[in-house]
Design a protein around this ligand. Structure first.
Ligand code: PRP
Length: 182
């Protein structure tokens, strides 16, 4: 592959591999949400690339919204540790909600976020993630739809950052250790 970033050890998921899988997942989601007018929630910032590709592959009518949250600590409690930095613009009561994430690591963010959204009385709340790093999971949460299961490696690109860099890479790469160990 041409022009792999110098800070990437190797390409884990190519642009083509991702596009193929996003199309497959979009089809599954179309079947699930046909006629339900779901609201897809982009969890900023990392999900923005996956989100924009996914919604354009889906054909069923849907709405979009955006949310930015931060999760602190490694507890599995739902209260006190999720900070909403930017909330949804619309009420989700009685709506079918699909949370769109780039990566699930410990699962703390999604565990708390899902609980928070469920308190707003939606018709349903499900989760789709581009990447699932199961080896790091500590919270009791699993995505409903996963594009790729990955090993415990530091991944960048396709929305994912290290120190706010690399989000614009069109592939998912593994970051060279020398970049974050120096
Ligand atoms: C990442 C990712 C998830 C969370 C996953 O977001 O998008 O929201 O971390 O980690 P967890 O499963 O251990 O909770 P991050 O806070 O890095 O923000 P960003 O999307 O703006 O980069």
């Amino acid at each position: 592959m041409a022009n792999v970033h110098k800070d990437a050890e190797y390409v884990l998921l190519s642009k083509e591999q991702i596009a193929t899988r996003v199309k497959e997942i979009a089809k599954v989601l179309d079947e699930e949400y046909q006629g339900k007018n779901p609201v897809l929630i982009c969890i900023l910032k990392g999900s923005v690339v996956f989100f924009s590709d996914l919604i354009r592959e889906m054909e069923t009518d849907l709405a979009i919204d955006f949310m930015k949250v931060s999760s602190y600590g490694n507890g599995t409690e739902t209260s006190g540790t999720l900070t909403v930095k930017q909330d949804l613009s619309e009420d989700i009561a009685n709506r079918h909600v699909l949370i769109v994430e780039d990566i699930i690591d410990s699962g703390n963010t999604l565990f708390r976020l899902k609980n928070m959204l469920q308190e707003r009385n939606p018709a349903s709340v499900k989760i789709v993630t581009l990447l699932d790093k199961k080896a790091r999971r500590t919270a009791a949460i699993d995505p409903d739809y996963t594009c790729f299961d990955i090993e415990d490696e530091f991944v960048i690109g396709y929305g994912l950052d290290y120190a706010e860099k690399y989000r614009n890479l069109p592939y998912v790469g593994v970051l060279k250790r020398s970049v974050y160990e120096k």
